[in-house]
Design a binder for this molecule. Structure first.
Ligand code: ASP
Ligand code: MG
Length: 419
């Protein structure tokens, strides 16, 4: 039997009515001859509520109990989905992570998959069951305790099952009807993409387009799982939504596919640090130990003298999520106090945002940077930091210009028009 994985996010299973609506989509695929593995999230808002209960009970909670509690939302929706399908005469059975078993590492709250043996679920299919409803977001550790995968982890569960069972496709049903060239809330010219390459989706996901958990896209790319993002609130067919796939499957070839943004960035500059071998390691080592996710880095020659040695100093600028600024500051102050680094000032700018253009076409086309910078300069947007990769150019700008910059770039690359 051809096998399909269908994942329903929190808004798609938010109440009994919506679960029925989702179940009807599953039933349709069963009637078309598929065995189906359904992955469900908790009802929307449920996981936040559970996390709140944990924090309200124990500020420095035991992560094993955190996982035992926050994984429970998915257990409820998995059982309800199986019952709803049974009511529709579709033979279905629910599975919690440990029953499959979904074997993970013991890193509680951020566990990773070790293995997903197919035997137990396949035995049920062989008995005549048509649907296995699996609780997303959870697994079981080698010690036999319940684990969770990190927020948004049900997407990753879905992709992992598609890989483990060799599914035809992994359909991610959500509250938007696909992946757009940019956030439609920022410009009405945003256009839904029919297809997008794994690499592009990975950049967009990690740059703040929150539709898919980044890890799910990494996994899909590694195992070549064709992913489809589509709406659970519309009538859908085989061509609905956006297909995330290998670049070989993409005909439309625009140089730039999308504009992404990330609002909550901060820029930190260490003014006048010594310019010597090992200085970058002395700065970024402690930052990484402190769990600071450094993104962009710029090192430039300082204007100032250092111990009367002109030229032997530099300024080091980096960006990180704004909520990690206190940790970054402490790591730098501690390193300075310990004599590992020295600097005159630590300047923090918490009013910046990152805007990026992404496209696999950039590999073979020059001039993307020039077009991008010209569009920003026409709008008088000052660029503070630039970074590039093979398929992406990012700039850090004042946050108050973020929407303007996204609109200007969307226009400059004519993303409202199909390629
Ligand atoms: N329910 C979990 C969360 O809200 C996992 C998920 O829905 O993907 O993070
Ligand atoms: Mg999600």
């Amino acid at each position: 039997m051809p096998l399909l994985v269908m994942k329903f996010g929190g808004t798609s299973v938010a109440d009994l009515e919506r679960i029925k609506n989702a179940a009807a989509k599953v039933k349709r695929e069963v009637e078309r001859g598929h065995d189906v593995i359904v992955i469900v999230s908790a009802m929307s808002g449920k996981t936040n509520e559970l996390v709140g209960w944990v924090e309200g009970t124990s500020p420095l909670y035991d992560a094993r109990e955190y996982d035992a509690i926050v994984s429970s939302g998915e257990n409820v929706t998995a059982g309800l989905m199986a019952l709803t399908l049974q009511e529709m005469d579709v033979p279905a059975r629910s599975w919690q992570g440990w029953q499959v078993p979904i074997n993970t590492t013991s890193a509680h709250a951020s566990a990773r998959f070790e293995s997903i043996p197919a035997a137990n679920i396949n035995a049920k299919f062989a008995e005549g069951f048509k649907v296995a409803v699996v609780a997303g977001f959870q697994g079981v550790s080698p010690e036999g305790r319940i684990t969770t995968l990190g927020r948004g982890g049900s997407d990753t569960t879905a992709v992992a099952f598609a890989a483990a069972f060799g599914a035809e496709r992994c359909d991610i049903y959500t509250d938007v009807d696909g992946i757009y060239t940019t956030d439609p809330r920022i410009t009405s010219k945003a256009r839904k993409l029919d297809r997008i390459a794994f690499e592009e989706m990975l950049e967009l996901a990690s740059l703040g387009a929150k539709v898919l958990q980044t890890r799910s896209v990494e996994l899909a790319m590694r195992y070549k799982v064709r992913l489809r993002v589509l709406s659970s609130f519309e009538d859908t067919n085989d061509t609905s939504g956006t297909l995330v796939c290998d670049e070989d499957e993409i005909m439309e070839s625009k140089v730039v596919s999308g504009v992404a943004y990330s609002r909550d960035e901060a820029k930190i500059t260490l003014v006048t640090v010594e310019d010597r071998p090992g200085i970058a390691a002395a700065i970024f080592g402690p930052l990484s130990e402190a769990g600071v996710n450094v993104d962009m880095i710029v090192q430039n020659i300082s204007e100032r003298d250092y111990d009367d040695h002109p030229g032997a100093v530099t300024d080091m600028t980096f960006s990180c999520p704004v909520n990690q600024v206190p940790r970054a500051r402490k790591a730098m102050e501690d390193a300075k106090a310990a004599g590992h680094i020295n600097y005159d000032e630590l300047n923090v700018d918490t009013d910046v945002a990152k805007v990026s253009v992404v496209g696999i076409g950039m590999r073979s086309h020059a001039g993307v940077a020039a077009t991008m910078f010209k569009a920003l300069s026409t709008e008088n947007v000052n660029i503070k930091v630039i970074s590039t990769s093979e398929i992406k150019i990012s700039v850090l700008i004042d946050r108050k210009y973020m929407e303007l910059a996204v609109q200007a770039l969307h226009d400059a690359f004519e993303l409202d028009k199909a390629g």
